[in-house]
Design a protein around this ligand. Sequence first.
Ligand SMILES: Cc1ncc(COP(=O)(O)O)c(C=O)c1O
Length: 472
Amino acid sequence: MTRVPIAERIQEYINKKCIYFCMPGHKMGRGFNRDEIGKGILKNIITGDLTEVDGLDNLHKPEEVLREELELLRKIYSTEKSYFLVNGSTSGNMIMIFSAFEENDKIIVERNCHKSIMNGIILRKLKPVYVDPYNYDKYDTPLVPQEELIIEMMEKNEDAKGIILTYPNYFGICFDLEKIIIKAKELNMMVIIDSAHGAHFGFNARLPKSAVELGADVVVVSAHKTLPSLTQTAYLHVNNLELVEKVDRYFSMFSSTSPSYLFMQSMAYSRYYLEKYAEKDYHYLIDVCEYYKQKINDLNKFKVFNENRSYINIDRTRYTIIVPIGYSGKKLYDYLLYNNIQPEMSNHRCVVLILSYFNTKEEFEKLYEVLRNCNMENIKDDSYSFKMQEIKPIVKFLPHEAINMKKVSMNVVECEGEICGEEIIPYPPGIPLLNPGELITKEAIEYIQFCLKNNIQIFGVDRDKILILENN
Ligand SMILES: Cc1ncc(COP(=O)(O)O)c(C=O)c1O
């Protein structure tokens, strides 16, 4: 029988009627039901699937309606220039890296960066120096690097052309970016910020400040992750006028020549949403989030991350639910899913939920009840017996050198002491465990085996084989 399996699969998923504590931020269309303008967009969701036809503007040379929209976007985020990205923050990271750096530049980068940053580093042939995340021993989870460590790396590597940081990280946690930017200016370093999870920052005083406001040179934010915008949409913001010419060039190289007007319309709607509703909606949402956070923490089963330390600030519209030692974040994720709650992601110690104004109070209540009823025996797991911080990168070749060397496939268990030929990335969230050119350690092998055993998707591993450099 002739079928369209993907359509069947999507229908099956919709039929489950899950509670979406995940992206996209419009939560299955609800975000567009906020008012008549949004409803109009929903109504035209297929007929509006246009590209640069007569009467509509060209994204690569905006002169009319897109020019007007981009000016509105620039104003609301207070930037020198802003762009609509139709190829996700992934393309934004490429554009930022190509615009800010030249081949062979040394740069400082957070090890916990997204894979698109690593790909940009490889393609631009940069020399990365990594900043390790700080491991919160209490939770055995790497959260954000401490700014002291970042600043120390900057002082040790004064010849670096710039620094690339993730703000906030996947857990909604931010370090004191302002302090780092001040240091970077002192050392004449460019500050590139992947703020994919922070498109809403700065629009309510109870949210962290935006990276743009704090003075980063160039920033990418994903509209689709936290705002009512379609999947794949993002904004690129330039604060540094000197970069504009190059950003224009690389924007054109890394963007589709058939940009979807549905995407651009939804990005425009998100900008409008921020302008009109953000202050009020985020105030309400944070109240609800804080209320249920307290209730969940009072269960004394899990801990919704809430550290109040001087050097971190958190996005209060996101829950990172940490399970006690000896229990599994992945098993809690599966349990929530079994109860029709779709989380954003999990790792061995936590589950991340992206919460929105478009999630109802009933949905928060259901989350609370499901967590309350969780039989902790069922999420026990003592197979994870090593510490994340033991997985330190040992660089033997630069990533762009290793990527072009001859490779062979080898069983993971036999790879200790070999050099990795391919990025090995557990997903989500897409943080590299090993980059090309790095020594494969016992700890990395254990982590790969842990992912395989627990059905955690891991790119760069084909069944139980990985690519290593041939002649080492
Ligand atoms: C921190 C970070 N940066 C960049 C990206 C890439 O965004 P996109 O998939 O929208 O291209 C992601 C995606 O999850 C991310 O988490």
